[in-house]
Design a protein around this ligand. Sequence first.
Ligand SMILES: NC(=O)c1ccc[n+]([C@@H]2O[C@H](COP(=O)([O-])OP(=O)(O)OC[C@H]3O[C@@H](n4cnc5c(N)ncnc54)[C@H](OP(=O)(O)O)[C@@H]3O)[C@@H](O)[C@H]2O)c1
Length: 269
Amino acid sequence: MSYYNGKRVLITGAGSGIGALMARELASRGAEVIVTARRIEAARKVSREIRKQGGRAIPMLLDVSDLDSIPAFRDRLHDKAGPVDILINNAGVVFGGEFEKVGLAEHLNTLQINTMGLVAMSHAFMDDLLQATRGHLVNICSASAFVALPYGSTYAASKWAVLGFSESLRLEMKERGVDNVAVTTVCPSYIDTGMFEGVRNPLFTPMLSPQKVVRSILRATKHGEALVQEPMIVRSLDLLKGALPRPVWDEVSLRTGVASSMKSWKGKH
Ligand SMILES: NC(=O)c1ccc[n+]([C@@H]2O[C@H](COP(=O)([O-])OP(=O)(O)OC[C@H]3O[C@@H](n4cnc5c(N)ncnc54)[C@H](OP(=O)(O)O)[C@@H]3O)[C@@H](O)[C@H]2O)c1
C-alpha cells in the first residue's frame, strides 16, 4: 500500500503545473486531495479528472495572497473534510524584466504570494500537522534561493525568504522535540510548465520535466527529507558560493548564463 494512502493533502495553486500534477499523482496513490486554486474552475477541472480516474478530490477556492481569508478557509475545510496530514505550499508567481520596468505592484505581489501567503498557510495549518500521526509541510521553493537572479530579483528574494523560513521551522521542530512533523523545501531549477517560458537555460541545467520533479517531491516527502535540489548541479551551489570569492562567483554566474537566463523571460501570458 502506498505511503500516501488515506492521507489528506492540501495543495495550493493546484489548478495547473506541478500543483495539478502532484494532485493527480497523490490521488492515484490513495490520498484525499484538497485541490485549491485562485480560479475555482481550475480547481474543479483538476478534481473532475481525478474523480474520473477513481480518486478522491475536493476543489476549493483559495487565493493565498488574501492573508485574512486563510483562517476562515481552514475552518471551512475542517467542516467539509477535516484536518490535513500534508500541506504543500505550491502557489507562486514570477514577473521577469528589468527591475524598474516591472511594476511595483508586480514585485510586491510576488512577495505577497510566494512568501507571505506561504507563511500564513503554514501558520494556519501547523496545528493540523502537529496533531497528525505524521505531518508534512512541503514548501515549493526554487534553485533561485541559492543564487542571485538578475531580471527576477523579487522572485529570488521571495524564494530566499522561503528557504530561510522553511529551514528555520524544520530546525525548530527538531529543537522542540517534535518528531512527527517533517519540513521539506523543494528547490528545482527551471521546469517545463510555462511559468518560465522564454528563459535560456544556464549551462548544466537542462529544463526539468514536471513529472521528474513531482516524483522527487513525493519520494522526499515520504522519507521526510529536508531538501529537494534538482538537477544535481543545484546541490553544489551552496558549496561553490561559500568557497569562491564574490567576484569569481559573479563571473561564474555571468559565464554559465545564470545571470542572463531571465533576460528573455516571457512567462505564460
Ligand atoms: N516552473 C519553474 O521553472 C519553477 C522552478 C522552480 C520553482 N517553481 C515553483 O513551483 C511552483 C509551481 O509553479 P509551476 O511551475 O507549476 O507554475 P504554474 O503552473 O504557474 O503554477 C503556479 C500556480 O500558482 C497559482 N497561483 C498564483 N497566485 C496564486 C494565489 N494568489 N493564490 C493561489 N494560487 C495562486 C497559479 O494560479 P493561476 O493559474 O491562476 O495563475 C498556478 O496554478 C511555484 O511556487 C514556482 O515558483 C517553478
